[in-house]
Design a protein around this ligand. Structure first.
Ligand code: GDP
Ligand code: ZN
Length: 303
């Protein structure tokens, strides 16, 4: 309608307020129109200037290529960031990363159709302290693994090539070194500063749901909200898609709708018995299946 309407990319999201990078790069703060329109970092949106003040208004969201979601504390789907190229899951030997949370990130990425990679930080620690047992099982499931140290700089060149030209969301538990990695990777890149946080104090008191650090060589997406992660609700049959090595075997089960629990002639349970699928990964699959059942019944109860 208005000729002043233009499009842009959401680079910071604080609920109903977002920062949008306009086509020529200028950043403007916007209100999101209405209650139903949900926008997160990475979204392409239409914006128009608000005649009543200096702000802009997001009027529409364009189609998403993908969106990474989570289940929030009430068990409802919540979008984290959109139009991602990949998800980097950061882990560290200290504090020890929870392998089940790593599995959940992996599953969430798979459900969203986003490729994942694992970043193992703090590799400057002595060898006996940098062991992470669960890594072997994930590498066997053909996950890309980058061993780095934000402190010493080891492995960062390889990681940087994996991130170059990509929009990568970083996820990880508190203390693994995500902020340190962001600082090291962004170097002195002046564009890597947030618009809202700090400036007016607004960002400081508002929960950031996600923000994009635009570097000259790639985009890093920060999302403090993904620390304790549970994937969004998916049908029971889909749960296995989050476990590459299990999904691969599912076609060999006797029953096409096998959930690999107590069904006879289950290729997955056979593989667990013979070591082809790691017990911990199978246990993780079963826990996620249970979580999806709980989410389903909680929602049924709501509706
Ligand atoms: P975040 O919570 O994931 O953002 O983690 P931080 O970046 O705040 O780091 C948590 C702690 O780990 C801090 O004390 C860092 O100094 C430390 N740390 C971060 N990266 C490394 C690393 O590569 N090696 C070691 N030894 N410590 C690190
Ligand atoms: Zn089966």
């Amino acid at each position: 309608m208005s000729s002043a309407t233009e499009s842009g990319v959401v680079v910071e999201s604080y609920g109903r307020r977002v920062v949008v990078a306009r086509a020529e790069g200028e950043r403007v703060t916007c209100k999101v129109r209405g209650r139903r329109l949900e926008v997160v970092a990475g979204d392409l949106v239409r914006i128009e200037p608000d005649p009543t003040d200096d702000d802009w208004t997001v009027t529409d969201r364009l189609d998403r290529r993908n969106v990474l979601c989570r289940s929030d504390s009430r068990g409802l789907d919540e979008s984290i960031a959109a139009n991602l190229d990949q998800l980097a899951i950061v882990v560290a030997p200290r504090p020890p990363s929870d392998p089940f949370i790593v599995d959940r990130y992996l599953a969430g990425a798979a459900y969203a159709g986003i490729t994942a990679l694992l970043v193992v930080n703090k590799q400057d620690l002595p060898p006996e302290e940098r062991e992470l047992e669960f890594l072997a099982d994930l590498e066997r499931a053909s996950l890309r693994v980058y061993r780095v140290s934000a402190r010493s700089g080891a492995g960062l060149a390889d990681l940087r090539s994996a991130l170059a030209g990509q929009r990568t969301l970083f996820a990880g538990q508190s203390g693994v070194g995500k902020s340190s990695l962001f600082n090291t990777l962004s170097g002195s890149d002046v564009r890597a500063t947030r618009t809202l946080s700090g400036a007016s104090g607004e960002g400081r008191h508002t929960t950031v749901s996600s923000a994009i650090l635009t570097l000259s060589w790639g985009e890093l997406v920060d999302s403090p909200g993904v620390r304790d992660y549970a994937p969004p609700l998916v049908p029971q049959r889909t749960v296995q898609d989050g476990y590459a090595e299990i999904a691969r075997l599912a076609g060999s089960c006797r029953f096409q709708d096998c959930l690999h629990q107590r069904e006879p002639a289950c290729a997955v349970r056979d593989a667990v018995a013979t070591g082809g699928v790691a017990e911990r990964r199978y246990e993780s699959y079963r826990r996620l299946l249970n979580l999806m059942r709980q989410l389903t019944s909680r929602r049924g109860w709501r509706a």
